[in-house]
Structure formats: structure tokens, C-alpha cells
Ligand binder design. Structure first.
Ligand code: GLC
Length: 824
């Protein structure tokens, strides 16, 4: 069953049935002002931090699909019937109430149609602003004059800290109040907190000042308001039947020792065919700021240059801001556009997977319908991987974030588990000091963190051509500074300094798998392969720099590490996962549970440690034993006996998340590994199994948004096999993107050129791509009339034939016509 479809031209996902199996969301705003909104307008907003800057309330995991949100009610004053501009919260029967939600790039448009009244709300945060706009238009399609009341509501938090607001009621309710001023409600928290006495308008500006938020209405006059939640909703009622809407009149009460709230009512009359426009404004700021905005959005001069295929026009201000957002996003996405025979692939590569990569890049694991925003920083491994997903689209922001993460590396080579939002390079405490644990709740190094820098740094340098980055001096988190090259060398040293008895790197508090506690003597094959890969990349850098001492050093290490891996971890057709401190072998084929693990097999191939027959053998074994129709399980069988203290995933129900679930992030590595050894058909099969878009018509099974990846899908051991969990903020976005761009599409930049070496399903006989590479446009046509999976005979660049698949930048002009001819 499907609930919507992709609109590739508008770069939107259009939801046509509102009763989706879960709230299907979108992100609005930036790191300065964030907002998450579902197809039914539920969700929340915050300034900078989901936990510490929360503006409107949201109840995670509440009944009735997570409420409240940005609701707008419509009441017919003739008969008292009322509904909402989004299907929730009133939830009229969907045979008489029609609705549509269009999630676009940083905006969402929700339309409704009921009893010949049509409405459309456009929600967005203007570029680089700290407030949000709910532009609401309503039209009378009937033949009678209609008398209507419209109510916008925003439920403020009483405290800007999520936890205080939720549980510390004896405090938070008594520091917050609301005021009504003509056409906005002003909320003030800590009105008495400042040394200077707080004036209601919020003009003073001292530390400890009150916090101001507002909810205003532009374009229509307010006929009544509620600044107190319980007056608007009424006792023993809910968002679906607020007493103010049912009775037709807000109570004109402000909040004092209650729940601060913004509800604004306006009464309008519409002749047949007539429409009205109004804009609700919600944000952080004082009364003067609110008034300024209200006057800005009060102008309703129309323009008709909107590409939204709706029957409404936008006012000029709104239209201009929407255009700015689209230009901002579409130009970034435009740096890679593909046209393959598979629309589900195209929709993900061109819009949704790419957009999700930016959202995870910006928001990390901070705020969603599963994460409340309590993490006050950037997880090291997650963030360094997230960068990889956007490098091909925006090298500038990638470089900035990469710099930050390198400055979050400790001088001993390890990564800080969490790089705080207020990170101070050179001055931070490390996990070896209690101060760090106090600040972040993290007291141990992870074995893998800094090793993620290698693929990210090399991808950045090759995509951008910025080789000088390798010699850029960057501070360490705690003390001193070094070039990027030395940072990387130090990252290797961190793992060399922490090894176990098989000569393999220790697994420490965790490797990529958060649930595996191998400790300082237990060893991780995941990290061993990551280290092998790191050494290979470092060798490449050392060669390019001409450092013979480093080349010799790294060659020796590679040989030694490979020897230890093959001697201790190879079992004839698979690698084991690790060794515990007391000698138990995790992931041995002789074990009764967890006897085959996905990650060591795919990482053996990605790292280059396994090649030829060995690589084929491990990937064949994965395909035969771990693959399901919804992707490959992380291992199998699930842990049921073996468990704590090492295998913490045994706490999860079998078949779930890290306990033999289909963890989504490694699916990208699996696809990439298959492309490395030339299995285009199998890579594409795996890709399709986990492609959200390919599940569009089976959305009730997957439950999550069919346009974004989730963290995990349930494996074969559960009754919900195929159901996905934890939407939006997941490393899957970047691993799958990387597998598409560099693996399947084969767009592989080099220092002074680019290889185009696709690995595709053999039935893709022809496809096109447009890639911006070092400011040149590459219009690429791939001719695979021979029907191979991998292999390029020759390319032509602007008519000139070149054998093989490598194109030097010397051959490139501003715009290039490139034909890639695949074949044996
Ligand atoms: C989650 C974490 C990530 C970890 C993974 C596997 O996705 O965010 O850091 O690597 O789980 O445990």
C-alpha cells in the first residue's frame, strides 16, 4: 500500500493519505534554528539545541502519533463544525476530508479540503533566520458566503531545557508567563532573572536576561487569544477538540503559573471563490522583533511565480523566501544529478538520500522523533562519516567540519568520543581526565573514532583538489598542533599502542559497534581492517609526499598486520569478529550463535586486505547466510546465551538492531564491497532491498518515511521482519550515498583527474549523469550496450578518445560531453 509518491521535478515527496504508518517528517531551518515537522504538522522547534533551546513542546512516543505541533484549526461558524489544516489533530474521516502534504527541501506544504473549503499552509524557516513562518491561505470553493474562524496554536515550553520542561514542573511552571500585545503572544521565561528589571518588550540585554518567544499573526487581525494552554484546550479534552474551537471563542486569558501557550483566533468571511491569506510567526525574540516581523509579513501582494501546482499564489515576501530556500538546496543537490533506468535510484541519489546526508551532517544525532536532542555535541565516528556523504556536493562545508573534527582529535591520536558544540581546540579535557566525563558523560576512547578520518580526508582532498590540506596545521583537542598528515600518523599510532596478544588492535570501549566491549586486551577485526585501510591510505599520502621513511614504516606495518589477520582471524571462508580478553572468539564459524558477522567480511574487501578468491568467498558467504529481502543481517544467529559484559547487544530482542537486526549503516559498506569486486548485479540487489523508495508501495510494512533511511530494520527473528526504526539521523545516509556515488556510479576523483568506473546491474544498458567536478560540468553518458557489470573500454571527452576510465583535469573545459563505453 502506498501513501504518496515522489515528484522529481519539484524535488518533493507528496503524501496523499494522511494516516501514514508513522509520522513522516521533514526538517526545516538550520543549526541556529531547527524545526522538525511531520506530514500532519506535529513536531517541535528549538534554538541551537533540541534539548537546551526548545521552543515548542513535543511528547516523544506519545499516544496518537506524537503530538502536539503547529496546528491550525478552521471552524465553520454557520454550523459549528471544525477541522484542522492538517489532518491531525481533529482527524476528520478521510473519505470526506482530503489532504496532501508536500515535503520539499527545507519547506513543507500541507493542504486540506473539506466542505468546499480549501486551505494550504506553507511551513518554513527563512534562510539563516531564527523564526518560522506558517503561511496559511484559505479559499471558499462553495457557492455560499462562508463565515469562518481560524485558530493557530503553538504550545510553548515553560523552560527552554527539555528535561526541566517535562519533569521539573514544581519549577518550570512558575518562571514562565505570557502577555498579549495586539497581534502576538509574547512569552517570557525568567522575567525576574535579570539584574535590570525585565520589561515586557525585552529590550535589556544582560547575561541572565529573560528568554522571549513570540507567536504572532500577520495579515489579519486577532479577534481573540489564549495565552494559557488549559484555557484553549479545556479540561478533559485534547488537541482534537479544544474548547476554544468548539465554542468558537478563545478566552482572552494569559498564563501565570500555568502552561504558556500561543493561540490566536481570527474571524473571516469569504464570498464564493474568495480567498484569504495570513501568516503565523513563531520564534525566539522580543516584542519589538515580533512586531517588525508581523509588519513584514502583513503585505499580501500576490505573485504567481510559484512552481507548486497549487491553486493559490504566494505573497511576495513568502515567494521570495521560498525561492531562496530552493536555490540554496537545489544548487547543492545539482552538483550531482543522475538519470538511470531506475527512478527509485534517481530519487534517492538526486534528492532524498543527498538531502538526508545534509540533515545528518547538520543535525548529527541531535533532534528527531526518536532523539530529543540531549546530546550536546558531535559524536566523533558519526560525524566524520557524515562528512563523507556530502563531500561530492559541497566541499566547503565538508572542509570546515573536517577541520573541526581534526581539532577534536587528542594529541595521543584518539578521537574525543563527543566533540562538544562549544568545543575549544587545544583546551579540552580528554577521556583520561574526569573533567571530560563530567562534561560529556563519556569516559572512554573508542577504538575506531580517529580511523574514520582516513577515508574522509582522502575523499575530501581528491574531490576538491585541495592537496595543501594535508600540510595544514590544526590544533589537537587537548594540546599542541600538527599538520593533517601528522594527525593521521598519530591516529595510526593510537591503535598501534593498543594491541592484544594476536597482534591485532584492541576493541576498547567499543569499535563501530556500540555494543561490543572488547576492552584494552580484547581485539577487534573491524578495527584491524580499518587500520589496514588507514595504512593503505597513509602509504598513498607518504608516496605523494615522497617521504621514504614513512613509506618504509607503513609497508612494514601493513605486512605485519596482514600476517596477524590471516594467521589468527581467517577461517577458510570467513573472518572472525574479534577476540575477548579471556580468549573467546566472537564470530567464529564454530560458535552456536553469532557465528558469521557482516562487518569483518565487507571491511576485509573495502580495506584491500582480502582480494581475489578470498574476497569472493567472504561476500558469497554473506550473500548465502545473512541476506534477507530487506537487506543483510549484522550477524546470525542472534545472541541468546552469550551476553554481558562483552556482547551488550544481547539485551536487544533477537533480530533487532545490533542483535542480528538488519543494521542499516553497514548496508552501504556491503554495496561498496560488492562494487569493488565487480558484482554490479549483487550490489544493486542489495541497494534495492534497502532502498526506502523501493518500499514505497509496501510502506505499511517498513513504516518509516519511504524517502529516507532509518537506523535499522528488523531481521528474520522478529514478527515484524522488514519494519524499520529510528528515522532520519543515521550514518546510513552517508554510507549508502558513498556506495552509490563512488561504487555503483563509479565517480572516483583522483588528485589530478577523475576515474569514471561504474559497477552497475548488467541490464542498465545506458544512463546519464551530470557532475560538477572542480567547477567544471561533466555531462556523462554511459553506454553499456554490451551488458557488463563493470569495466570501461574507453571514454571520449568532448569527442577525444581516451583508453581506460581515467580523465585528467587537463582534458576538461567548463562544460564537457563525456561518453563512457563499458565492455570487456
Ligand atoms: C548507532 C550509532 C553509531 C554506531 C552504530 C552501531 O548508529 O550512532 O555510532 O556506530 O549505532 O552500534
Amino acid at each position: 500500500m502506498n501513501f504518496g509518491h515522489f515528484n522529481a521535478v519539484n524535488k518533493e515527496y507528496v503524501i496523499t493519505r494522511p494516516d501514514t504508518p508513522a509520522p513522516w517528517c521533514n526538517y526545516l531551518g538550520s543549526v541556529d534554528y531547527g524545526a522538525i515537522i511531520s506530514n500532519n504538522a506535529t513536531g517541535y522547534s528549538f534554538v541551537k539545541s533540541g534539548a537546551a533551546g526548545r521552543i515548542i513542546r513535543f511528547r516523544l512516543n506519545s499516544m496518537s502519533n506524537d503530538q502536539p505541533g503547529r496546528f491550525i484549526y478552521i471552524r465553520d461558524n454557520e454550523d459549528g463544525d471544525y477541522w484542522s489544516g492538517s489532518w491531525q489533530p481533529v482527524c476528520k474521516a478521510i473519505d470526506s476530508y482530503k489532504s496532501e502534504c508536500r515535503h520539499g527541501t527545507a519547506y513543507t506544504i500541507i493542504s486540506s479540503s473539506y466542505k468546499d473549503i480549501e486551505s494550504r499552509t506553507l511551513y518554513y524557516v527563512p534562510l539563516d533566520k531564527n523564526y518560522e513562518v506558517w503561511n496559511f491561505r484559505i479559499k471558499n470553493n462553495s457557492t455560499n458566503k462562508r463565515s469562518l474562524s481560524i485558530y493557530g496554536m503553538a504550545e510553548f515550553t515553560n523552560h527552554d531545557h527539555y528535561e526541566n520542561d517535562t519533569v521539573n514542573l514544581q519549577y518550570s511552571q512558575f518562571i514562565s508567563r505570557t502577555h498579549f500585545k495586539e497581534n502576538h503572544i509574547l512569552q517570557v521565561i525568567n522575567a525576574n532573572g535579570s539584574e535590570a528589571s525585565a520589561d515586557v518588550e525585552g529590550t535589556s540585554n544582560k547575561k541572565g536576561d529573560p528568554i522571549y518567544r513570540f507567536f504572532g499573526l500577520a495579515g489579519q487581525s486577532v479577534s481573540a487569544f489564549d495565552g494559557e494552554r488549559d484555557m484553549f484546550i479545556g479540561n478533559y479534552r485534547n488537541y482534537g477538540n479544544p474548547v476554544a474551537v468548539e465554542s468558537g471563542k478563545c478566552s482572552n486569558t494569559v498564563s501565570y503559573n500555568g502552561n504558556s501557550f500561543g493561540a490566536l483566533q481570527t474571524d473571516i468571511e469569504l464570498n464564493p471563490g474568495e480567498e484569504a491569506e495570513m501568516t503565523f510567526l513563531l520564534g525566539a525574540g522580543n516584542g519589538a522583533f515580533a512586531r517588525e516581523l508581523i509588519s513584514k509579513y502583513a503585505t499580501v501582494e500576490k505573485t504567481d511565480n510559484c512552481s507548486c501546482e497549487a491553486s493559490f499564489d504566494f505573497s511576495q515576501v513568502v515567494s521570495h523566501e521560498l525561492k531562496q530556500l530552493k536555490t540554496f538546496w537545489h544548487s547543492r543537490l545539482g552538483n550531482l544529478q543522475v538519470e538511470t533506468p531506475d527512478d527509485n535510484f534517481n530519487n534517492m541519489a538526486n534528492v532524498w538520500n543527498a538531502y538526508q546526508c545534509f540533515i545528518t551532517f547538520f543535525w548529527s544525532r541531535a533532534a528527531s522523533f526518536q532523539y530529543c536532542g540531549l546530546r550536546n555535541g558531535l559524536g566523533y565516528r558519526d560525524t566524520v562519516q557524515d562528512i563523507q556523504g556530502i563531500i561530492h556536493l559541497d566541499q566547503n562545508v565538508a572542509r570546515e567540519r573536517l577541520w573541526l573534527m581534526l581539532s577534536g582529535q587528542v594529541s595521543n591520536g584518539g578521537g574525543l568520543p563527543l566533540v562538544k558544540f562549544d568545543h575549544r581546540p587545544g583546551e579540552e579535557a580528554t577521556p583520561d581526565e574526569s573533567q571530560y566525563a563530567k562534561e560529556t558523560g563519556q569516559s572512554f576512547y573508542r577504538a575506531d573514532d580517529a580511523l574514520w578520518l582516513f577515508p574522509t580526508v582522502i575523499t575530501y582532498i581528491k574531490e576538491s583538489g585541495d592537496w595543501d590540506f594535508i600540510d595544514e596545521s590544526i590544533p589537537y583537542a587537548d594540546k599542541g598542533e600538527a599538520t593533517v598528515y601528522i594527525h593521521l600518523k598519530q591516529a595510526i599510532q593510537f591503535n598501534l599502542d593498543r594491541q592484544g596478544s594476536h597482534g591485532l588492535p584492541a576493541g576498547l570501549y567499543a569499535d563501530w559497534n556500540d555494543c561490543l566491549r572488547l576492552g584494552s586486551k580484547g581485539e577487534s577485526l573491524f578495527v584491524a581492517f580499518q587500520l589496514y585501510y588507514a595504512l593503505k591510505i597513509f602509504e598513498e599520502f607518504a608516496v605523494k609526499k615522497g617521504s621514504s621513511a614513512d613509506i618504509a614504516w607503513v609497508k612494514g606495518l601493513l605486512e605485519e598486520l596482514n600476517g596477524s589477520i590471516q594467521k589468527s582471524a581467517w577461517e577458510g571462508d570467513q573472518y572472525v569478529r574479534g577476540f575477548t580478553e579471556d580468549g573467546y572468539i566472537i564470530g567464529s564459524k564454530n560458535n552456536s550463535e553469532a557465528s558469521l558477522w557482516l562487518n569483518p567480511q565487507v571491511w576485509s574487501v573495502i580495506s584491500g586486505a582480502a582480494e581475489g578468491e578470498q574476497a569472493n568467498a567472504v561476500l558469497d558467504k554473506v550473500y548465502a547466510n545473512l541476506n534477507t529481502k530487506y537487506g543483510a543481517m549484522l550477524f546470525y544467529p542472534a545472541f541468546r546465551e552469550y551476553g554481558l559484559p562483552v556482547a551488550r547487544m544481547s539485551l536487544f530482542n533477537a533480530g533487532t538492531k545490533e542483535n542480528a537486526g538488519i543494521f542499516s549503516q553497514p548496508q552501504g559498506w556491503l554495496i561498496l564491497a560488492e562494487t569493488i569486486i565487480g558484482n554490479g548485479n549483487r550490489a544493486y540487489e542489495y541497494f534495492t532491498e534497502i532502498n526506502p523508495a523501493a518500499m514505497n508501495d509496501n510502506a505499511e510494512k517498513r513504516k518509516l518515511e519511504p524517502y529516507i533511511h532509518g537506523q535499522a530494520t528488523e531481521g528474520t527473528d522478529t514478527q515484524n521482519h522488514g519494519r524499520s526504526h529510528v528515522h532520519w539521523l543515521t550514518g546510513t545516509a552517508s554510507t549508502v550515498m558513498v556506495s552509490m556515488v563512488y561504487g555503483i556510479l563509479g565517480l572516483q576523483p583522483e588528485y589530478d583527474g577523475i576515474k569514471i568506473n561504474p559497477c552497475i546491474p548488467s541490464n542498465w544498458t545506458n544512463f546519464k549523469m551530470t557532475k560538477v567536478f572542480r567547477n567544471n560540468v561533466l555531462n556523462i553518458t554511459v553506454d553499456n550496450s554490451q551488458g557488463v557489470e563493470k569495466g570501461v573500454k574507453y571514454v571520449t571527452v568532448n569527442g577525444k578518445r581516451i583508453d581506460g576510465c581515467y580523465i585528467s583535469t587537463d582534458e576538461l573545459k567548463a562544460t564537457n560531453e563525456i561518453v563512457v563505453v563499458m565492455g570487456e
